[in-house]
Design a protein. Structure first.
Length: 341
């Protein structure tokens, strides 16, 4: 079990982890300069999902692995849903991390070499257990939060309020779909914390800390790039960092400030690995082997096929939403049957 501070720190990174690359750019491609409206509505929708997750967490008499211990069809199916969720999160995070680094940092380095240090570090931290992940998150959380706030403040000089006008030019259907995207991306990782039995008030506070910074980032991107450019960049959150300038000598710091995304992805993948370890009943070998297979598949095969990358880019949010809904439905029904019996 994580401590209160560790839970808050981990929740901060989980809320933001799936927005890097495909998450943020999908919302902007859909809603343009009205993405902030979708984000606000997405927070309200995310709170509803968070309440259901927190309800299921507190109604389970034990952790998820013990709760689904009996070899019944519903238990096996529920474990399969969680396994698919963990696999998808690992694949997406590795893909967007490797494409970001290879595109902006190490353009001549093979992707599997870029991901190798991360994979080895994930295997090591998984062997140390959940508490180690919580301590790492607790240490880097204040630094990442401070850097995020500083980045938001420094970008105010490059902001143009006219880029938000006129408000609400996107169709209602796209606004709602964008809100669903935002809620899915921000709340799905909280399924990784379903074994942490905390109050809804505490979970809500943890969720809001992370999601408020994400909304500010969306506002930053819109105010700096405008409606046309936000739809074009695959990593708009990186593009706006080039606009940071302080007293005409503090500039070209995008490569330094971008390290906070590594924290988001690393904590997210570390927690996924720990949950895979729980599914395999504490065995470190199978989660580590599965991580290596996913990393090699992503870097050696997926990245060499642009069409496959675009399929993942365009569909992974829908897959996350389907998994989220199915898990919550089956988990709620199982808890209800358990309470009746």
């Amino acid at each position: 079990m994580l401590t209160k501070n560790q839970n808050r720190s981990v929740s901060f990174f989980l809320t933001r982890a799936l927005f890097l690359g495909g998450g943020m750019s999908n919302i902007f491609a859909l809603c343009g300069k009205d993405a902030w409206i979708s984000a606000l509505l997405g927070v309200l929708l995310g709170i509803i999902f968070l309440y259901i997750i927190n309800y299921c967490s507190n109604k389970m008499p034990s952790n998820l692995n013990n709760f689904c211990q009996q070899k019944t069809f519903s238990n096996i199916f529920l474990k399969m849903l969680f396994f698919f969720l963990y696999t998808l999160m690992l694949l997406v995070n590795i893909l967007f991390l490797s494409t970001l680094v290879s595109a902006y940092y190490l353009s001549h380095t093979p992707s599997f070499l870029i991901c190798a240090p991360i994979v080895l570090l994930l295997i090591y931290i998984t062997s140390k257990g959940l508490k180690c992940v919580g301590r790492v998150a607790q240490i880097i959380f204040p630094l990442c939060l401070i850097v995020t706030i500083i980045k938001i403040l420094l970008l105010t000089d490059a902001a143009e309020l006219s880029f938000f006008l006129p408000i609400y030019t996107t169709s209602f259907g796209k606004i709602i779909l964008g809100a669903l995207f935002y809620a899915t991306l921000s709340i799905t990782p909280f399924l990784l914390l379903i074994d942490e039995k905390i109050s809804f008030k505490e979970a809500l506070g943890n969720y809001l800390i992370g999601t408020i910074t994400t909304i500010f980032v969306i506002v930053n991107i819109t105010s700096v790039l405008g409606d046309t450019l936000v739809r074009m960049f695959s990593y708009p959150e990186y593009a706006i960092l080039r606009k940071i300038e302080f007293f005409r000598f503090f500039e070209n710091v995008e490569n330094i400030l971008a390290f906070i995304w590594l924290g988001d992805l690393f904590i997210s993948m570390s927690l996924v690995m720990n949950r895979l370890k729980n599914l395999s009943k504490g065995n470190n070998f199978y989660p580590s082997l599965w991580l290596i297979i996913i990393a090699l598949f992503t870097t050696l095969f997926v990245e060499n096929h642009f069409n496959l990358i675009m399929i993942i880019y365009n569909t992974f949010i829908y897959a996350l939403f389907i998994l989220l809904v199915l898990i919550l439905i089956f988990l709620s029904l199982k808890i209800k049957r358990k309470n009746k019996s």
